[in-house]
Design a protein around this ligand. Sequence first.
Ligand SMILES: Cc1cc2nc3c(=O)[nH]c(=O)nc-3n(C[C@H](O)[C@H](O)[C@H](O)COP(=O)(O)OP(=O)(O)OC[C@H]3O[C@@H](n4cnc5c(N)ncnc54)[C@H](O)[C@@H]3O)c2cc1C
Length: 326
Amino acid sequence: MSDCLVIGGGVIGMMGARVLAMAGARVTLLDQRKCGKESSWAGGGIISPLYPWQYSDLVNELSRASQAVYGDLCAALLENTGIDPEYIQSGLLMMNDYDTPKAQAWMDKNQLDFQPHPQGALFENIAQVRNPRLLKALKADILKHGVEIVERTKVNQLITENSTTLGVVTDNKKYYADNVIVCSGAWSSSLLEAKNTIYPIKGQMIVVESKVGVVEHIVLDQGKYIIPRKDGRLLIGSTMEDVGFDRSTNTQVGADLLAFATARFPQLKNVSIEHHWAGFRPASRVDVMVEKHPQLAHLYINTGHFRNGLNMAPESANRIKKMIEG
Ligand SMILES: Cc1cc2nc3c(=O)[nH]c(=O)nc-3n(C[C@H](O)[C@H](O)[C@H](O)COP(=O)(O)OP(=O)(O)OC[C@H]3O[C@@H](n4cnc5c(N)ncnc54)[C@H](O)[C@@H]3O)c2cc1C
């Protein structure tokens, strides 16, 4: 397989680099910061769209195919790197929206079942990963597969000639390859000269320390969620803010997220916020973009995963690999 340049080392770029390297490509991955420190780090790690019927068929196809391989993928990463992405089928308790006609019709069509639960509907098969660990494992794994990682190197523009992409320009030097794959998350628009097609939607999230078992399943209600990690910590998120690349967090938002959790689990009333952060989801004005560029040969786009990049990453990577293989 030919040389590939991957632009962006989030979950999308690293999964992409992994499958390409495993298929025999010589892969170089460039990131303007460090790999796995942006949205993919900031996310919750739920391996499913929150309310699947609110998303396009493409999002659901990419999710379903990814869900089918996630457990094995995490096991392989653990075996190869010794880093455990903590893939756990913790199930998701949905407390609202599952009983609307739209949700019911979608579930009938897609053969998705839930167990009745006193507080809603329990989707037992839904899993989570501990995304910061998944990213560490992916980075270690792709290095082992021979991927060259170049960090703190911002790609400023593509090199194109006669409608063909030849490489990229960074501050220090030019990189050339047979194929270029843009996986730059919320920053992708500037490289693609597709002004505002992909844009950031900020999400704030908090984590609190708790005991194992206080919250058994991922809990989803009114668009907000609580994710119980293996060690008892609880992630509580998240906001949806159209404010550009503003990384600030807001104390009131943290208090509101904690109140959301304590309203449902009064045992949490004395916990305090251990950490509070924000990340930039790559929102798209079209849909998730997993495609060959329509005008420029040898340019591929893997971005716009919005709220579902962690769960769509494996199949998105696979599809790009198949396109490159022709
Ligand atoms: C609060 C929150 C909760 C979330 N929860 C979930 C969830 O539970 N489940 C789920 O599936 N998804 C979730 N998401 C969404 C998910 O995190 C994203 O869809 C996913 O991380 C996108 O991955 P990415 O690799 O495209 O972007 P990123 O992880 O942002 O990676 C993009 C990378 O590109 C690099 N880059 C950008 N521009 C350039 C350039 N010009 N040159 C070089 N490098 C560049 C950046 O430095 C960055 O490392 C959540 C997101 C947030 C913010």
